[in-house]
Design a protein around this ligand. Sequence first.
Ligand SMILES: Cc1cc2nc3c(=O)[nH]c(=O)nc-3n(C[C@H](O)[C@H](O)[C@H](O)COP(=O)(O)O)c2cc1C
Length: 382
Amino acid sequence: MRWRCFNAIHILINSLGIPFASSQNRSIFANQRHDTMPKFDLYANLLRPIAFRMDPERAHYATMRLLGIGLAIPLVGWALRRKYAVTDNPVEVAGLRFRHPIGLAAGFDKDGRWLHALKALGFAYVEVGTVTPRPQPGNPAPRLFRVKADRALINRMGFNNGGLDALVERLKHRPAGLIVGGNIGRNKSTPNERATEDYLACLNGLHAHVDYFVVNVSSPNTPGLRELQERAPLTALLGSLSAANDLLASQSQAPARPIFLKIAPDLSNAQLDDIVAIVQETGISGVVATNTTISRAGLSTPPSAIDEIGAGGLSGAPVRARSTEVVRYLSERANFPIIGVGGVEDGPSALEKREAGAQLVQVYSGMVYTGPSIIRLCAEAL
Ligand SMILES: Cc1cc2nc3c(=O)[nH]c(=O)nc-3n(C[C@H](O)[C@H](O)[C@H](O)COP(=O)(O)O)c2cc1C
């Protein structure tokens, strides 16, 4: 029993990559060949099995809290930073210099609570939000579901967030050396006719605190939101935001923030053609492709189990091919930057987005299934 305990601790310490542990304990393990030690991944072997026994939303908060605690303990924090360190591979997009092309997609850290921890895991940039002007609770729980057989998630969170003011307060303490994007939306109670006011409020409030903006008109979980992807309302919205962005920049004598538009994978080719024209017409910087899908095609999970989950956006492996297709379609028709997101879970899937024309790549569901090692896996593949 004591021997098994020693072994477990040794494996854990090795998995964190603390070098002196293996040399100091060499005598204890003298009769155990290192190449016969099981390969231990802290996330896949320990954290994920525990987290997957919990409700997905609770697991999300618990895992991030645990990471925060780990980072605050000097030796563990040092070991985690060392374990997840990512070599620089700089890329310049829309006037911003990213350490490497891998970032965290919107929705994971909606309220900007974990930026220091996420930087320690190796992300070059994190997109906070979607934030709305006023705090809102989102949809009733349960509202986040694992579809394990498909390495996917279904969510109908509904822009639960603590509101603009709370986010601004946190961003005043954002870590240096991490690019932060602000993903902005409208409150559920704001009708589409007044949506521009909400987006403008977020743009104004966040302008001094983020490096770029993402206009989210593609979440399937806010009723009516995706109607803003139609040509006329989208041109008006992006035109207003672009003008306000220029005005704020001239007032503060700082450069205007790049604005990206986040689109759904469910748009038709004709709608994608409109997007290309609108981006060029309104002078925004580029596109984030894509958000979650409302499609349930091609899943191996039985339809009855999927029906039981109900409405929401599907993310993870099943959205990979379509989101890559959207990236490719846009990049073949436009020369603006594209941030590729959807189903990235390892090096090859990140490379696929790059080869389809994305300059930057984001992950979300891959953090749940692969764990934080995904950041280095992807960064090293690009
Ligand atoms: C639980 C959850 C919440 C999300 N919330 C947001 C959000 O608030 N705003 C947004 O633009 N995208 C949101 N997304 C979409 C992701 O940013 C991403 O575009 C999508 O999940 C596809 O990437 P993935 O396959 O790597 O997960 C959310 C996704 C999930 C799974």
